[in-house]
Design a protein around this ligand. Sequence first.
Ligand SMILES: *[C@@H]1O[C@H](CO)[C@@H](O)[C@H](O)[C@H]1NC(C)=O
Length: 219
Amino acid sequence: MIVKVLLVTLTVTACVAVPSNIVRPCNVKDNKCVRDNFAPNSRCNPNVRGFIPGQYTIKQFRFEAPYFNATYIDNNLIISNHNNCFVSEFFFNLGSDVGVLTLDCPSLVLESSRTLIQHASFKEDTAYSFNYKGTYPLVRLTVNLPHANQLDLCSAYTFADVTALPIFNVNPNDQKTANFLSTDLTLMNIYEREAFFYRANQLARYYINSMICDFGCNF
Ligand SMILES: *[C@@H]1O[C@H](CO)[C@@H](O)[C@H](O)[C@H]1NC(C)=O
């Protein structure tokens, strides 16, 4: 009797279940499989470089921190461990015609000689200077690619999730900067979210174009 009831329940569940529109064609971390899915559905070049240096330098990288009324300029920005990123999610939604790709980037290190430009109403900007080195335990980058058969990374939005605050080191280059720099870190999560809003495309595109399929845009 119990078996019968169970069987009936199972049958009913199977009939009610709606077929899923979510298709996961690849094992995560299988860059070749992602490439084989991207290439026929976009204009990307599947002949990728195949590696990212363990450490590389960007001459200058500017970003904004609107909440703090500030502009930041990273001079000689050294990025390390970008090569450790890996695909942690990849699916197509056949219903909405969207492809979604997530990269997990563990232990990302950013190091630069940083200029902070503080803005204020009716005032001339004030510039500060310090050296910065931050190790980010896990930065997660999610790209939504509309039009699953005409994917274009270069116009897609990248969402950066700074899942944990960095372990960081700051060395002011002058007394003025030392006096200015806040030791109050309660708003640091806002600052990191704003900063990575600007870094997201560079991080995702450089990785995808080097390792998966080259869409021809780096920033
Ligand atoms: C940014 O500027 C506005 C307008 O002056 C001010 O109200 C706000 O407190 C400033 N933000 C920070 C984080 O200092």
